[in-house]
Each structure stands twice: as structure tokens, then as C-alpha cells.
Design a protein around this ligand. Structure first.
Ligand code: ATP
Length: 319
């Protein structure tokens, strides 16, 4: 089913400000989609509307065939995990996970809590208090707390952004595993392209409340349609063409040391296997990175370079 969650003509406003104009989005059952985009593009606003925390000024939201547009949050069967874990500090891990089930007077509470803790790898931590857990563990508790409610959709709003880089990587894999095992439909919000590329089945790139492009991580990474998306996934050199299209190169696609053009080295930094250069050129600033074993060029040096046509991606437009 391709329309397990369906947003149709969803318009979301704050007073006179239209944050999201007439958004259409279909999400399949069991799909993990990432809403990706810079600050202010409407990601959180869209999530809040799916959760029922914000009433749309027009449009509809259906979940599993049911129109939930006017259904209150507690009856939408939607789970939410935010970047701040918002655990109850005075309740143990077990009781935090059990909380929602208790409110609903779920009969098989104990089994569900234990299963939820096992899913996130915290079976041995049931009696701990939140303050006795690391950030990553607290975020797992928050995840378990949502999962045990068996939501139809799990919304995750930048859930990893408070974690350090290593934990973030670990939690990404953890989230993928949880999704595989539970089959829960997930909508993940992030402004981090690497996070979206590694996690998503489908990435929705948002810009000014609209969908700029959507596709698999490979499509978004390799075939960005516009300069906006290209810039987001690491194409640093974007040159508009006369026909309105544009060509885009990643720093690794720029040929340094030979070619028809010349640039002055403005900056160079060693990045392990590669060396990153910033060149001042007739096209403006150009970033290039080359294998570190190649001869290094110093600041102020004039270096020949090429922008190979075969290594460029063609964009519909430069911006
Ligand atoms: N409570 C509010 N009142 C008025 N305008 C708001 C409010 N919340 C958000 N906005 C505006 O709505 C637009 C979308 O904001 P939103 O928070 O959805 O963006 P976002 O993509 O989630 O950004 P971030 O990554 O910073 O959270 C922005 O222009 C923002 O200024």
C-alpha cells in the first residue's frame, strides 16, 4: 500500500505566516522516510501536524485509511521521539516505558515493556533511573516508550542531534535494526544529509515548506535535480549554463594539477586520505579535494585545474 500515511493539500500556518503551503505526501507502510532540509524549511511543522499538535488550515491527513485530520493526538496512534528525551526523571526505566501502557490499562503490560526494552537492548537496565543512563541510553528508553504503544507511525524529530558523533552512528544502526524488526512506519526529521542518506528508504528534501525533490538516498546523492539539493549533498561547484540548466561538481570531481583553467590556492587543509583546496578562479571560489599522496600546493600558488564535463551532474536549475 503506497498511501498508508497520506497528506493531501496540507497547509500549515502560524498566524499570517504560511509555513507549509499545500503539501502532498504519501508514505508506504513500513517505510522510513526522512524529511531533510535547512532550518526553517517546515520539517518540524509537518511532523507536528501529523502528530496532531498543529491543526492544518486546510488539507487532510489520513493514516491507515482513516481521516485523522480532526482527531486529537492521543487517538491518532502516532508515536513521537524528540531530540530531548523528556523521560520522567523520578520513574525507573521500566516505569517510563510502562507509563503509556498503564494509562491505557493494557493487560499484557509486563510482557510489552520487557519486549520494548529488549528491542532497544536495555533489558538489563529496567531498574535504573534516567539520571543513571548515558544520552544514547536515554534516547533508547524514549524509543522503547513510543514503540510499546505500537504506533502506526513513529515520528522522530532530530532524535540523534544531542548525541556525540560516535553514538549518533551507533544509534542510526540501532534505529534501522528496530525498524526492520518491528516494521513500524517511520518519519525522521533531520537537517543532516549524512544521517538522511544512511537511514532513509526515501528522502524528502524540503525547501520553504515545499518538496524540492524526493527519491532514494542514491538518487538524491547522485542525481540532485536543483542547485539547492546539490549544495545540500556536497556539490560545491555549481555553474549556471546559458540554457537555464547548471552543471555541478563535487570537490573530488575537480581535476587539480592539469587542465585549461588556472586558480590561486586560497586555502589548503589536510584531511587524512585527501587534501582539501579552496581555489580563487574565474568561476569564483572552487573547492577541490585530491589524494593526499599527490604533490601538495601551497597558499598563493597558481595551479592548473579542470572541471571535467563527464564528472559533472546536470541540474534543472542552478538555485
Ligand atoms: N510557533 C511559531 N510561530 C510562528 N512561526 C513559526 C512557529 N514555528 C515555526 N514557525 C515558522 O515556520 C517555518 C517552518 O518552521 P519549522 O520549525 O517547521 O522548520 P524546521 O525545518 O523544522 O526547522 P528546524 O530544523 O530549525 O527545526 C519557519 O519559517 C518558522 O519561522
Amino acid at each position: 500500500m503506497s498511501d498508508y500515511v497520506s497528506l493531501q493539500g496540507l497547509t500549515l500556518t502560524y498566524g499570517d505566516t504560511v509555513a507549509v503551503p499545500a503539501l502532498d505526501l504519501e508514505i508506504a507502510k513500513g517505510e522510513l522516510i526522512c524529511l531533510l532540509g535547512p532550518s526553517g524549511c517546515g520539517k518540524t511543522t509537518t511532523m507536528r501536524a501529523i502528530a496532531g499538535l498543529l491543526n492544518p488550515s486546510s488539507g487532510t491527513i489520513t493514516i491507515d485509511g482513516r481521516d485523522v485530520t480532526r482527531v486529537p493526538p492521543s487517538r491518532r496512534e502516532v508515536g513521537l521521539v524528540f531530540q530531548s528525551y523528556a523521560l520522567f526523571p523520578h520513574l525507573s526505566v521500566y516505569d517510563n516505558v510502562a507509563f503509556g501502557l498503564k494509562m491505557k490499562k493494557t493487560p499484557d503490560l509486563d510482557a510489552r515493556v520487557k519486549e520494548g526494552l529488549a528491542t532497544v537492548g536495555l533489558s538489563d537496565f529496567a531498574s535504573r533511573m534516567p539520571a543513571e543512563l548515558s544520552g544514547g541510553q536515554q534516547q533508547r528508553v524514549a524509543l522503547a516508550r513510543s514503540l510499546v504503544m505500537q504506533p502506526k507511525v513513529l515520528l522522530l524529530d532530530e532524535p540523534l542531534s544531542n548525541l556525540d558523533a560516535r553514538l549518533r552512528l551507533e544509534m542510526r544502526m540501532e534505529l534501522q535494526r528496530v525498524q526492520r524488526e518491528t516494521g513500524v512506519t517511520m518519519v525522521f526529521v533531520t537537517h543532516d544529509q549524512a544521517e538522511a542518506l544512511s537511514l532513509a528508504d526515501r528522502i524528502i528534501v524540503m525547501r520553504g515548506g515545499r518538496i524540492e525533490q524526493q527519491g532514494s538516498p542514491e538518487e538524491i546523492y547522485n542525481r540532485p535535480a536543483t542547485g539547492f539539493v546539490a549544495d545540500f549533498v556536497g556539490f560545491e561547484t555549481i555553474l549556471p549554463q546559458e540554457d537555464g540548466t547548471a552543471l555541478a561538481w563535487r570537490p573530488s570531481a575537480v581535476e587539480l594539477g592539469s587542465g585549461p583553467y588556472e586558480g590561486r590556492v586560497q586555502g589548503v587543509s589536510f584531511a587524512g586520505e585527501r587534501r582539501d583546496y579552496v581555489l580563487d578562479t574565474q568561476f569564483g571560489q572552487i573547492k577541490a579535494d585530491v589524494a593526499a599522496e599527490r604533490p601538495a600546493h601551497g597558499i598563493g600558488e597558481t595551479v592548473a585545474f579542470d572541471l571535467p564535463r563527464e564528472r559533472a551532474v546536470t541540474l534543472e536549475r542552478a538555485k
